[in-house]
Write a protein that binds this ligand. Structure first.
Ligand code: 3SL
Length: 236
């Protein structure tokens, strides 16, 4: 059986050998939820970058660009980090550039994997189908917050573990912890996530509707997958 592992923070990524494996990047609040939403609403390609400067350079080439730091849109960019901003008709079929505090950093740090996929509760069914079909060792890379563990990404890892438990060896301690955390809280995920530090940060920014939206299971079938230097939609 292939192995299912959970990397609880991008700062722990050096402990994982991603070569030949699937890496599932997750930043439930809100970067990967935005990417999944964007592709479900017809955005063709997303170029994830680490720095504001790289994002600005792509904007200067004519791409719509999203830049978020500490939850807020960076001045001078086109898009913020709310999933609702990626449903716009005028973004359909476009390539956009994105940088975020944690989500795009986790993605860029995982590029040695065989396959880099973007996961969220919004597309968890598409992610689970892909990794089961691949029959390949899989690491969920939780974006966390500035190197710290967070609840919401770990919950996603646990939810995915529950879905694939008959197809993967879930013997790693952080995967077992994620699975147990999800199973103990799945009857009221919102109540549990509301205790998280990041919800408190977002509440200060008055971003309440994003949180419930990002906890919706299987709203979309889109599956962003990294090819050369950008994310494209694996399931159209
Ligand atoms: O850290 C990130 O990548 C963001 O998703 C954070 S926020 O949800 O925009 O605050």
């Amino acid at each position: 059986m292939p192995k299912f592992e959970v990397c609880l923070s991008p700062d722990l990524i050096h402990l994982y050998d991603l070569k030949g494996k699937n890496a599932i990047i997750v930043d439930v609040l809100r970067a990967t939820s935005c990417m999944v939403t964007a592709m479900a609403h017809g955005i063709a390609e997303i170029i994830p970058v680490s720095t504001i400067d790289e994002c600005k350079a792509l904007q200067n080439k004519g791409l719509p660009a999203a830049a978020e730091r500490d939850g807020s849109k960076v001045d001078g960019f086109d898009l913020d980090n709310s999933p609702f901003s990626y449903m716009a008709e005028n973004l359909k079929n476009k390539t956009i550039a994105v940088t975020t505090t944690n989500g795009t950093q986790a993605l860029v740090k995982s590029l040695s994997a065989e396959t880099v996929l973007v996961g969220a509760f919004l597309n968890i069914g598409a992610v689970s189908k892909f990794i089961i079909d691949s029959n390949r060792d899989t690491v969920v890379v939780c974006a966390g917050w500035k190197g710290n563990f967070n609840l919401e990404d770990t919950l996603f890892a646990g939810a995915l573990a529950e879905k694939v438990i008959n197809h993967f060896d879930i013997g790693q301690d952080s995967a077992i912890a994620a699975l147990n955390m999800f199973e103990s809280n799945k009857n009221d995920l919102l109540a549990f996530v509301n205790k998280s530090q990041h919800v408190k940060r977002l509440a200060n920014l008055h971003i309440h509707k994003d949180i419930a939206f990002c906890l919706t299971f299987d709203l979309y079938n889109s599956l962003p997958i990294y090819k050369t230097d950008k994310l494209i939609n694996f399931t159209k």
